[in-house]
Design a protein. Structure first.
Length: 257
């Protein structure tokens, strides 16, 4: 054998050995990677509904935004005795916050005092729209599982009364949440508290700013009519407010489960 040929044979063998080692090393890496991927898939599968799926869904499973309507310069609706919607909204909202926190929810309020929110919005618009825009921003920035705006109704018809829960017309989730709250109000407020089986809370589709402009499932609850004699008495009654708060909380829980 010529020296040159031997040299080439030797190189060929070395290369083959090298490739073999390379393939074995590569197989090990692929196996480790595969094991890691399988582990990850199993983790996602078993932890579904908790931590991992929350990271993917981008919603805070525990967070609820409560939005007490109006405030400060904006009293909302009112009656001849000086009762103002903004105060009832805040009273009910603070009670709702308490019962939700007791259940382990994290609660964010758009306001906790008698203030309006227009100064927290830098868009060029009317004071009214700026106030609404600030509420929208708070809701959207907190990624809540649901949000609830709390209001008091009024009507030219003094016979109009009862709890109305509004949802955005194209939102199936909003509708489900609204229906769940209505069912809970029927049981907890009308049947248990007022002993009245004829009254029913009503879920109604409506194109309200706070429902339309927000990215998250939410409803606007009107806790009663200030223009109706019976409702007027109820909405300022501490125990009724407490029952409404409890009913909204139960409705939310039912919807989430
Ligand atoms: Zn209102």
């Amino acid at each position: 054998m010529k020296k040159g040929l031997y040299y080439f044979k030797n190189v060929g063998e070395k290369m083959r050995k090298g490739i073999n080692i390379f393939v074995i090393k590569l197989n090990k890496k692929i196996l480790i990677l595969l094991a890691f991927i399988i582990l990850l898939i199993l983790m996602v599968y078993f932890l579904k509904g908790s931590m991992v799926s929350d990271i993917f869904s981008h919603k805070s499973p525990n967070k609820i935004v409560i939005d007490p309507g109006h405030g400060g310069i904006d009293g909302g609706t009112g009656d001849k005795d000086g009762l103002l919607e903004k105060d009832i909204n805040l009273d009910v909202s603070l009670k709702l916050k308490k019962v939700l926190e007791k259940e382990g929810f994290k609660v964010v309020m758009t306001r906790e005092k008698d203030v309006s929110l227009e100064e927290h919005s830098d868009i060029k618009a009317s004071r009214y729209i700026k106030d609404l825009n600030a509420r929208k921003t708070i809701i959207n920035e907190n990624d809540p599982i649901v949000f609830v705006s709390v209001h008091v109704n009024s009507s030219k018809k003094s016979t109009a009364r009862g709890v109305k829960v509004y949802y955005y017309p194209t939102s199936t989730e909003g509708k489900m949440l609204a229906q769940s709250i209505c069912q809970s109000v029927d049981i907890n407020v009308y049947q248990d508290f007022l002993k009245d089986n004829s009254m029913k809370a009503e879920a109604i589709p409506e194109d309200y700013f706070v429902l339309r402009e927000t990215k998250y499932t939410g409803v606007l609850v009107e806790v009663g009519f200030i223009t109706n004699i019976e409702d007027n008495k109820l909405i300022k009654n501490n125990r009724y407010q407490q029952k409404i708060a409890l009913a909204i909380k139960e409705g939310i829980k039912e919807y989430i489960e």
